[in-house]
Design a binder for this molecule. Sequence first.
Ligand SMILES: C[S@@+](CC[C@H](N)C(=O)[O-])C[C@H]1O[C@@H](n2cnc3c(N)ncnc32)[C@H](O)[C@@H]1O
Length: 164
Amino acid sequence: MKHCYVLWILLFSPPEFDSLKPIIRAISQNLYYEDVQCKIEILLGDARESIPKIKEPIDIIYQDAFSPAHNPLLWTREHFTSIRAITKDDAILTTYSIAASIRLGLYENGFYIFIHSAKLMRKSTVASLAMLEGIEYIDMELKKIRNPTAKSMRDEEYRETKRY
Ligand SMILES: C[S@@+](CC[C@H](N)C(=O)[O-])C[C@H]1O[C@@H](n2cnc3c(N)ncnc32)[C@H](O)[C@@H]1O
């Protein structure tokens, strides 16, 4: 099914995608692409098993794993610990979730929490291992006082019921 999708992109995509076609073709054939500007490697399988195997330190994580309600296992404190273990010390994680439980899971792993707001866009979370300027900072200690029942999601609470 994935190959049909790639074929569809290669045959019917608008001309704006033309420069990307060699990249799409390489990734679909080899799960890998590299040029002077970027390197793309697709790791198949459960991210909880593949992430710990990543050897090169990561700068940016785009957390797009379906919603926490639909796919809780990739939003837990343990999952963010595993991400933290492969990141550089000034890494940034961005995500559309602004839930307190998700921010707590990141905060408990040493991330500072910020909110990204822009016109015509939903608010989103930026989590950074270094303090950032020019973006709204969220004081998570204050959040915890104001919302004492909030807690991070935990892997063992979902592992048995939801296995990807
Ligand atoms: C919202 S989609 C992300 C789409 C992607 N960012 C894009 O723009 O094409 C979520 C993806 O996470 C993958 N996924 C969900 N749980 C996973 C897991 N435990 N391990 C690896 N991938 C998982 C799904 O297969 C799906 O492709």
